[in-house]
Write a protein that binds this ligand. Sequence first.
Ligand code: GLU
Length: 429
Amino acid sequence: MASEPTHDRPPHADGIDDASALETARAQLLRASSYVDIDENVLERLAHPTAVHEVTVPIERDDGTVAVYTGYRAQHDDVRGPYKGGLRYHPGVTRDECVGLAMWMTSKCAVMDIPFGGAKGGIVVDPKSLSPDEHERLTRRFAQELRDVIGPTRDIPAPDMGTDAQTMAWFMDAYSMQAGETTSGIVTGKPPAIGGSPGREGAPGKSAAIVARETCRDEGIPLEGATVAVQGFGSVGANAARTLDEWGAHVVAVSDVTGAVYDPDGLDVATIPSHEEEPEAATRNAEVVISNDELLALDVDVLIPAAIGNAITEANADEVAASIVVEGANGPTTTAADAILTERGIPVVPDVLANAGGVTVSYFEWLGDVNRRRWSLADVERELETAMVDAWETVRGVRDERGVTWREAASIVALERVAEAHTARGLWP
Ligand code: GLU
């Protein structure tokens, strides 16, 4: 299964700093609001989702028994356009986590100036416990349970942790069969044969690489020979690492849950299997294996946490020795860790900018669906590059103008756009 940007419970089971996605997203909203002239009522409204749909998803298991799962779809804000965001299948999915992740989707779409709002959903299930047939039945039933609250101009799901292009194909088919017409715009991240965009799968990693390249330039670090450590070798981490390697950087460490492969002279990242190519095989042929904690403490130019949420916490933020942190995962840095890194002068380019290539190419895919016009890979790559550099420059401008961090600047850009839309539309009735 693809590993899109994720947010998870902390890897440190010590109870320290295990902020939920919702707590972190609310803290970021509050912080950004101190820089923005925003109506208190709009702010209060944005601290809460518009709706959270909880559904029961029963399926017949392969052995003939019935299993019942819980699914959610949190719809945070749609003032700028239809709700948009992934569906994740993971045992740690909770209502609050979906809300927090949906809030980040609202910010992500606003930072990129994409006319979508924010949503996130999922099912509380370990996808490894499902056969492909069970995964299909679960997805079709989930699509049916959500059918009244989603739609191609209403709420458009996409892949996230534990779901992939095939999941989206089943979801799209189930929705279309009930609608009586092929409704390709109901989801993004589909297989190209049914309207999926070329380059969609690699887009979050590609955008993290573009953002790392631009930030290196800003910090005066030549990309040629810059050292990079990547935590997580799923679709985000592997695509970021391979793109930066192609551009001349030295990727010295990459990891999966088993640990990290390390070579100070640079790894041949093209030959290391990503999670999709072969799960948990990153360290298989490694000469030197280090732990994930040691990877986070490497003295590198760029650190890309692209595995799970809450990877950099109060407990290890002091150990981070990178010159720049570029967030590949959703929510990899807790609020307390963010404060420590800021205090230490380490720039952290946030998830809502760095991995936004995923939803940006989702938007291109959706445009192709509703206009019945396919985009080529060259179109997608050119437009993604322009969109990322434009958004990066806008955020950098706010950072410089207001003397704030990258995260604050991105939150300010997002909040100003969302607040302006709320003010223009007003409250109904
Ligand atoms: N799940 C992805 C994210 O967290 C993409 C969402 C989308 O394309 O709608 O950004």
